[in-house]
Design a binder for this molecule. Structure first.
Ligand code: DAH
Length: 336
């Protein structure tokens, strides 16, 4: 029986050398250390030997069982830890998932930048309703009924007396009717025009108007303010020019052009090869408007200006279709 013990030991250790995974290890355990394994069989046989033999064999058998168990435990640890290492891993160095954060819409951002520039030089911010009286939208602004100048702005009529405002200029009337001079404010907001929708025009867009009325306000101040704005918004190297224009509510009226910031004035697709971009309309508040709101045009003068936000942001970011701003395609929006 001593031979059987050493043979079992030899077999076990020889087999243990070749174990590659926990399945093979388990098979080895069942074959030798299991309930019907070689060791258990030897213990069965042990019951049949003489008491003298038992003294020697008992020791040997117990030793065999301990050695095999120890080798098994050692192998189990090695194999389990190597299997753990080769199992699919969690890569803890991967960057985390970034939550999908929204961003300000490009039109709102442009509006805020413009507001910030004017706030810093003493303009307050005033808003008015989008449904506006025909009076404030046209008549008070010196567009008499049936005057052809009304055709400059295709209008959505709510009824005979109310319209969706076609510009933010009527807020000037609201401010002046409720406040004595001096007034100095900018008026951002949404406006509507009944125009065919295409790459250049949309039925709804945004404007910012500005007004300053006080004693002795001059056209030179208007220029100074707008040049300051252009330099703040487009950079101090921007060049500009004022062209005579016409608006019923200003006299004289002008439009401001700046050098095209895409081509630097050389001429390109955006500026239609002219090197210049028109950015706003402006002028001295017409005495008829001052009279309408109860101001005395002999005592006070004022300047006003207005610009389209979409146009300004489209020029700045080289966007060639206004409809992109309203389709809410995040692939487009998140670029800004
Ligand atoms: N309201 C004009 C428009 O929608 C823009 C404008 C021009 C506003 C001159 C003004 C201004 O306040 O003085 O085209």
């Amino acid at each position: 029986m001593l031979n059987k013990i050493s043979e079992t030991k030899r077999q076990f250790f020889a087999a243990a050398e070749g174990i590659k995974n926990s399945k093979e290890l388990e098979d080895l355990r069942i074959a030798h250390l299991g309930r019907n394994g070689t060791v258990a069989t030897l213990f069965e046989e042990f019951k049949t030997v003489t008491p003298e033999e038992k003294r020697v064999l008992g020791k040997e058998l117990n030793l065999l069982r301990q050695e095999l168990q120890a080798k098994f435990d050692e192998l189990k640890e090695v194999i389990e830890s190597s299997e753990k290492l080769s199992a699919p891993k969690i890569d803890i160095s991967l960057p985390g998932r970034v939550p999908n954060k929204g961003t300000g819409h490009i039109v709102a951002e442009t509006m805020n930048e413009i507001i910030t520039i004017f706030k810093k030089i003493g303009f307050s911010v005033v808003t008015g309703p989008e449904i506006e009286s025909d009076k404030n939208n046209f008549e008070a602004l010196n567009f008499p009924a049936d005057h052809p100048a009304r055709d400059m702005q295709d209008t959505f009529f709510i009824n005979k007396d109310f319209v969706l405002r076609t510009h933010t200029t009527p807020v000037q009337i609201r401010i002046m009717q409720t406040q004595e001079p001096p007034v100095r404010a900018i008026m951002p907001g949404r406006v509507y025009r009944n125009e065919a929708i295409n790459a250049r025009s949309y039925c709804m867009f945004h404007q910012v108007d500005g007004i300053y009325v006080d004693e002795k306000v001059t056209f030179a101040e208007l220029k100074g303010t707008l040049v300051h704005f252009a330099k703040e918004y487009y950079g101090s190297s921007v060049q500009y020019k004022f062209r005579p224009s016409f608006f019923p509510f200003t006299e004289p009226s002008a439009e401001m052009d700046i050098t095209c910031f895409i081509c630097g004035g050389k001429g390109c697709r955006v500026c239609k090869q002219s090197g210049w971009l028109e950015i706003l309309g402006c002028g001295m508040v017409d005495p008829n408007v001052l009279k309408y709101v109860g101001y005395d045009p002999e005592k006070v003068t004022g300047y006003a200006f207005g610009m389209g936000i979409e146009r300004i942001s489209m020029l700045k970011h080289d966007i060639n279709d206004i409809r992109l701003l309203y389709e809410n395609d995040v692939r487009f929006l998140k670029q800004f």
